[in-house]
Design a protein around this ligand. Structure first.
Ligand code: SF4
Length: 476
């Protein structure tokens, strides 16, 4: 007798629901070859079938790499409880606009699947999200909490669990989630209330999103549960929000509620939704926002400094690292003496990060830093820092490193002017321009360019290296 089942098994659900959880930013799936172990004993009890590793060349469904604080990487099972959602978010593939087959776990089924994967060291943590079931946000979060409770109590799992709280969940359920999850998050989706009304008309920014976030903050500060922090996520470029709007919102989130992370997801149009014709957001914007976030959260730049990186519309330059733009707007602060500059100054120098700044501070207590090799060993990126740093044997003139003076600009500039300057810089990269002196026009000794008095001048071969400082510096 042949039995044909139309019911999805655990693998079908894992495959479908982990794929739909892919909108939540965490990391990339590893190759399935790392996880070739089987999970379920076959009927004879001796051999194993492989429900979670069907095609070696495909990524293992449900398993993703995630970076933890301190740089450690762990494998997480990332899945939704259900990809059914009653809501009408205009950007979301799980919204009710999209006609598609939907799946849902049962509480015990998901708890058991995760526990089996954890027992076999396939994963060491769980990231659990969900759509909102017809019974509402509180009931959906309740189901997720019951799953985590089963994992914690019945399967004795004590590791990392990131639990999404559905917008609009009641306070007592948020408290239950807080007792069990290592990290909680409520997706804020967009920085402003009008933006949320545009994207998700059924959601309420204050009561549905900000209120649960404030409860989580209060509970975390009171240390009443497992939760040690919260995060959130924004869809970027869907509600025509500016980067300045985003900066304003993250200032509140990192300041008042000490969020661990804000994740930025570039908008991608989804077929059948009201925004299917809307242009996608370029990935460069996501990248620049993470750089801005890094300046705010790690480098502790204040908002007036970060504001220098915005244009008149409140947007970051997609072609420039905001840290470099800010440095260019502060020509009086550079070059900095690498042997005497204080920590905040070092952190504002392109090519120098928090770790390398700390190493510089320690190293120079006993030694004078006088060469790029030492700086490189400490983590500084010479080609990015070269135009902004002075030390014995390396003293570029401010006019050369900043290039603003080279282009004839002498007064502090507005953001609009800066855009013009960058255009000129770009033009100077493509066409060398007039050669300052014939003697340098054919200089081939690029290795000694840094010591050359014409280094950085328009037309000089070394100017290519200087211009790359502007274009390529990455502050994260
Ligand atoms: S509530 Fe969440 S899952 Fe549901 S449509 Fe909105 S963004 Fe998508």
């Amino acid at each position: 007798m042949v039995v044909i089942s139309t019911e999805p098994d655990r693998f079908d659900k894992l495959k479908a629901l982990s794929t739909m959880a892919g909108d939540d930013v965490l990391g990339r799936p590893p190759a399935v070859s790392q996880f070739r172990r089987d999970l379920t004993p076959s009927n004879d009890g001796r051999t194993y079938r492989a429900p979670y590793s069907r095609k070696e060349k495909n990524p293992m469904p449900g398993i993703y790499k995630a970076s933890m604080p301190g740089g450690k990487t762990i494998s997480l099972m990332r899945t939704m409880f259900t990809d059914f959602c009653m809501m009408d978010c205009h950007f979301c593939p799980n919204s009710h606009w999209v006609p598609r087959r939907r799946f849902a776990y049962k509480v015990d089924e998901l708890a058991k699947t995760f526990a089996e994967m954890a027992e076999r060291n396939m994963v060491s943590g769980l990231f659990l999200s969900s759509g909102i079931m017809g019974s509402g946000a509180s009931r959906t979060t309740q189901k997720m909490v019951e799953t985590v409770e089963a994992i914690r109590k019945r399967h004795k799992f004590t590791g990392y669990i990131h639990l999404k709280v559905m917008p609009g969940t009641e306070q007592n359920i948020v408290e239950a989630a807080h007792r069990l999850g290592t990290r909680l998050s409520v997706n804020i989706e967009t920085p402003t209330d009008p933006g949320l009304q545009q994207l998700s008309p059924m959601k309420d920014m204050n009561r549905g999103i900000l209120a649960p976030m404030s409860w989580i903050d209060r509970l975390t500060k009171a240390r009443t549960g497992e939760t040690v922090g919260q995060a959130t996520q924004m869809i970027v470029g869907a509600a025509e929000e500016s980067d300045a709007d985003i900066l304003g919102r993250i200032t509140q989130l990192y300041g008042d509620w000490k969020l661990k992370r804000v994740y930025y997801v570039p908008f991608r149009p989804v077929r059948y939704t009201p925004m299917e014709e809307h242009a996608p957001t370029p990935s460069e914007r996501e990248y620049r926002l993470y750089q801005m976030d890094w300046l705010k959260r790690v480098y502790r730049f204040d908002n007036s400094e970060i504001g220098l990186a915005f244009d008149t519309k409140g947007l970051l330059d997609l072609d420039q690292d905001p840290k470099v733009v800010i440095a260019l707007e502060n020509p009086g602060h550079f070059p900095v003496d690498i042997n005497t500059a204080d920590l905040p100054t070092l952190l504002r120098t392109p090519g120098v990060g928090p770790i390398s700044a700390d190493r510089i501070m320690q190293h120079r207590r006993r030694f004078t830093i006088s060469n790029w090799r030492d700086l490189q060993t400490m983590g500084v990126v010479p080609k990015k820092a070269r135009g902004f740093v002075v030390m014995p044997g390396h003293r570029p003139e401010p006019a050369r490193q900043l290039r603003l003076e080279l282009l004839g600009h002498t007064e502090p500039r507005s953001s609009v002017d800066l855009v013009d300057v960058k255009r000129e810089l770009t033009a100077s990269r493509s066409s060398p321009g007039p050669t300052p002196t014939g003697e340098h026009s054919d200089c081939a000794d690029r290795a000694s360019c840094a010591g050359c008095p014409m280094f950085g001048a328009p037309g000089h071969p070394g100017s290519v290296a200087v211009n790359q400082v502007t274009r390529e510096t990455v502050s994260v």
